[in-house]
Ligand binder design. Structure first.
Ligand code: BG6
Length: 481
């Protein structure tokens, strides 16, 4: 890995404390960042380098997945410098430029500059255009940009944002982060079939009945009403995370291919997802909003009573849809996707349901469909559900062949993604075409929402979502797993 400067916009924010500092530290412990790296944190308030370093240390103690090792800690912290910064003020960029240049000289490192934008979406294009005009991003080495989601709030705004970013950074220099692509089990999907040839005969058209992708959470809107009440589940989870999971599941690669080929493949899949026309949205999409209920025996308020939420809000906290990928591998196989806040469990998983040929030819009591279940988080496992006969009753019962890894020792998503981006490997980042195509797919849904063409179904907090989402599958003779 080449020496570089890592510039973090939003260094006093929540993401930096919870994810980014711990990720950098754990990479450091593994010797995966250059020893001469210069890390510059930017935030609005003034404080000294020492105070900033102690904030970094505090974040590591609170959130690092591994214990802090006192021996290397000071050495790690000395890599950090702080610069008080106002994104709209020209002088701030000059100060930043000086700081970066001084450190480059001091450490004798090349002008390789990595900019990480962990800031409000409205600041993204202001910062990138100022980076350009101030000269900060005009380096003799390489430059790269990591942008957090949301990337736009609809098709037009995403296109506009991309146009602005591309004035300063080329597509190869932009890393659009989607932390679901950093989850180890999701990364596993790329080589699942390649590494397990036996699965190739299972994971095909003739065997699969449907695919279900679930990302359910028990948390509510938390302290993010400001953003979430405008975004809803559709922008917060579906346009990015769930559609990325669809693309990764459908990749189905029997051979090793390059990062570029993976991107092209994903784009082709996204292109082949059949559009849901505005007038057909109600047949294929279910949206919901949580009402009061109980989470793990504790009473919780409904969405409209959450702090900062408009009491007449029509925002969705639940989304389910049926979609089809019209390509030779997946044609005719429904993909069902769903996500919701304040559900009865925290689980992100992909369930592949196999055709139940036995049932069709001769019914046997207790026979249920075989399932391949890929648990993505918080637990990681792959299990296969099969039917076993109970000799005493002659009935079949489902049993699970389960392979789980110890996820405690695994690197976190941000760690894997930061490492890749520092190496210049964009395999697990969303490229512009994927993002644009996913907004194109979402756009008619947003319009149907806006024109009140789709009911917003209530569901009690702590449940598995609105009943109508079960109907969506029942109409195809399936059920959610
Ligand atoms: C984020 C969303 O991108 O993903 C949050 O903004 C959501 O609303 C989170 O809670 C879920 O991530 P994970 O990794 O906990 O499934």
């Amino acid at each position: 890995m080449q020496d570089m400067t890592f510039v973090l916009f939003g260094a006093t924010g929540d993401l930096a404390q919870r994810k980014l500092f711990p990720a950098l530290y754990n990479l450091y412990l593994d010797g995966k960042i250059p020893d001469t790296i210069s890390i510059v944190g930017l935030g609005r308030n003034y404080f000294s380098n020492e105070v900033f370093q102690s904030k970094v240390e505090k974040a590591l103690r609170a959130y690092s997945r591994r214990d802090i090792q006192t021996s290397g800690l000071q050495r790690f912290l000395t890599k950090f410098r702080y610069c008080a910064f106002d994104a709209t003020d020209k002088e701030s960029y000059q100060r930043l430029n000086e700081l970066i240049e001084n450190r480059e000289k001091e450490l004798d490192i090349p002008e390789n500059r990595f900019f990480y934008l962990s800031v409000a979406p409205s600041l993204v294009d202001v910062i990138t255009s100022n980076l350009h005009t101030s000269g900060v991003s005009q380096t003799k080495g390489w430059k790269r940009l990591i942008v957090e989601k949301p990337f736009g709030s609809d098709l037009a705004s995403a296109q506009q944002l991309n146009k602005k970013l591309s004035k300063t950074f080329s597509e190869e220099e932009i890393y659009r982060i989607d932390h679901y692509l950093g989850k180890p089990m999701v990364q596993n999907l790329e080589t699942l079939v390649l590494a397990n040839p036996a699965l190739e005969s299972l994971l095909n058209h003739n065997q699969i009945a449907n695919i279900q992708i679930t990302a359910s959470e028990t948390v509510g809107v938390e302290t993010r009403a400001d953003y979430y009440d405008k975004a809803g589940a559709i922008r917060d989870m579906v346009q990015n995370h769930l559609l990325q999971l669809v693309m990764m599941t459908a990749l189905d690669l029997p051979k090793k291919i390059t990062a570029e080929e993976i991107r092209v493949n994903k784009m082709e899949i996204m292109k082949s997802i059949r559009p849901i026309l505005k007038e057909n949205v109600y047949q294929n999409v279910v949206r919901g909003q949580y009402e009061s209920g109980e989470i793990f025996d504790n009473p919780v308020v409904g969405y409209k009573k959450e702090q900062g939420v408009d009491s007449s809000s029509k925002n969705d906290t639940y989304f389910a849809a049926r979609l089809y990928i019209d390509n030779p591998s997946w044609s005719g196989i429904p993909f069902y996707i769903r996500t919701g806040k304040r559900m009865n469990q925290k689980s992100t998983r992909i369930v592949i349901e196999f055709k139940n040929k036995v049932k069709e030819s001769f019914p046997i009591e207790g026979i249920t469909p075989n399932l391949l279940i890929l648990e993505i988080s918080p637990d990681e496992s792959i299990s296969l559900r099969v039917n076993m006969k109970d000799p005493s009753s002659n009935r079949f019962d489902p049993v699970y062949i389960n392979f789980s890894t110890n996820s405690e020792g695994l690197p976190e998503a941000y760690e894997l993604l930061l490492f890749d981006a520092m190496l210049g490997n964009a395999t697990f980042f969303a490229n512009w075409k994927e993002v644009e195509l996913s907004w194109k797919w979402i756009q008619p849904l947003l319009e149907a929402y806006q024109e009140d063409m789709l009911p917003l179904y209530p569901y009690p907090a702590g449940s598995s979502g609105p009943e109508e989402a079960s109907q969506l599958l029942l109409s195809d003779q399936f059920k959610w797993w």
